[in-house]
Design a protein around this ligand. Structure first.
Ligand SMILES: C[S@@+](CC[C@H](N)C(=O)[O-])C[C@H]1O[C@@H](n2cnc3c(N)ncnc32)[C@H](O)[C@@H]1O
Length: 378
């Protein structure tokens, strides 16, 4: 049985807003999602999938991680096929980690045999516990190591994967007013309701990112800026001196983020599989997310020494890695019901209304040459 947290993140946020008058949206999002004991991702009851607020591709079907393993194995082979390390950023419930290892066992046993260790980088103690449980049987076959942050991960050749990690990073919310880019933050109204309100001018780093990517170009436009990207890629380049990274997420190019259709920005909440436009509703009890700015992410990666292999839709990536084979029923008609369910679920990974044209996959490499199978369909 899980014990309720003695601290309410909403109370923590309210106290801070009362004390400081205004807090940035980034500070709000950081607390709402990652408060040490009562944030959305850190409280013990956190679940994804049907019983939670949103489903990720690993929740949908194991074929996602198993086919991603084929790409990881190709990178391992290009590294020379020797000892290598697999790192996952933000493993959630640990489904993708388990599917990656299953995929290596099934499609690339020589890469599994050479795997020195898998590192799971997870900020949430509650999710680290869930991951430990889910991966218990794998822990007897492969050294599994947990790290709270990228800061503590040592350097090694290998592969980094991240599914829906970057959309969950706290973002600055900005608004252009009379030509000036201002931060948008959180205040308390006279009746005590939390409200969004413009604050000071954006600092130099945020303002420069807004101008570089032509975000919020018209007066009144809002946009999100993930100022933490540079630091994350600095760490990634340190921990990955040679190898590749596979990043899957929903995002948009900067030019589209700056168009009229996105003038309110892309940040939303998720609660019980519904999009919530009130970002301040139920702090710590709804997910908060913003589309990844692909131009910003790719620029941060290049700045840190990575080469961008390509960006492609999830359906093309998975099909290039052989997903079609997973959709075919066995010729003899002899299939157990759970295999049938997994096979049917795998279709949702590539259907446009499913994840196929919702998620994109960015490939990054350092010290290696392509071409790469996952991006071979364009
Ligand atoms: C949207 S969930 C994605 C879960 C999983 N990758 C999946 O596909 O089901 C985001 C994950 O990233 C973790 N996370 C967010 N920020 C992090 C950080 N700075 N360091 C480590 N983990 C982080 C969250 O706790 C959570 O596990």
């Amino acid at each position: 049985m899980t014990r309720p947290s003695p601290v309410s993140v909403e109370a923590v946020i309210r106290r801070r807003v009362e004390r400081e008058g205004w807090i940035s949206f980034r500070a709000f999002m950081e607390l709402a999602l990652y408060h040490p004991t009562d944030g959305y991702y850190t409280r013990p009851e956190m679940v994804t999938g049907r019983r939670g607020d949103f489903s990720t591709s690993p929740d949908v079907a194991p074929a996602f991680g198993r086919r991603l393993a084929v790409q990881a194995a190709e990178i391992h082979q290009r590294l020379g096929g020797g000892s290598w390390r697999l790192v996952e950023l933000g493993p959630g419930r640990g489904l993708l980690a388990a599917d990656l290892l299953d995929g290596l066992a099934c499609h690339a046993p020589e890469s599994l045999a050479a795997l020195e260790k898998m590192v799971l980088v997870e900020i949430s103690p509650a999710l680290r516990r869930v991951q430990h449980e889910r991966l218990a049987s794998w822990a007897r076959r492969v050294p599994l190591v947990w790290s709270e942050s990228l800061v503590d991960v040592p350097a090694a050749e290998g592969v980094v994967v991240a599914n829906e990690f970057f959309d969950a990073l706290p973002v600055h919310l900005v608004e252009r007013r009379d030509g000036v880019v201002r931060e948008v933050g959180v205040v308390a109204s006279s009746s005590g309701e939390l409200e969004l309100a413009p604050g000071p001018e954006a600092d130099e780093i945020v303002a420069e990112l807004v101008e570089t990517h032509a975000l919020a170009p018209r007066d009144g436009d809002r946009a999100e800026v993930c100022a933490g990207l540079a630091e994350i890629f600095e760490h990634l380049s340190r921990i990955l001196p040679r190898g590749g990274a596979v990043i899957v997420d929903y995002g948009l190019p900067a030019a589209i983020l700056g168009d009229r259709a996105h003038r309110e920005g892309t940040a939303v909440g998720y609660h019980r599989h519904r999009v919530v436009t009130d970002l301040l509703a139920r702090p710590g009890r709804q997910d908060l997310t913003a589309h990844v700015n692909w131009d910003h992410l790719e620029a941060a990666a290049r700045e840190a020494g990575f080469t961008v292999v390509g960006r492609t839709w999830q359906d093309r990536f998975l099909m290039a890695l052989g997903l079609i084979e997973d959709l075919a029923a066995p010729g003899d008609g002899d299939e157990d019901p759970s295999a049938t369910a997994e096979r049917l679920a795998a279709r949702a990974l590539i259907l446009p209304g499913g994840g196929g044209k919702r998620f994109e996959v960015v490939g990054l490499v350092r010290g290696l040459e392509g071409p790469w199978r996952g991006w071979s369909m364009g």
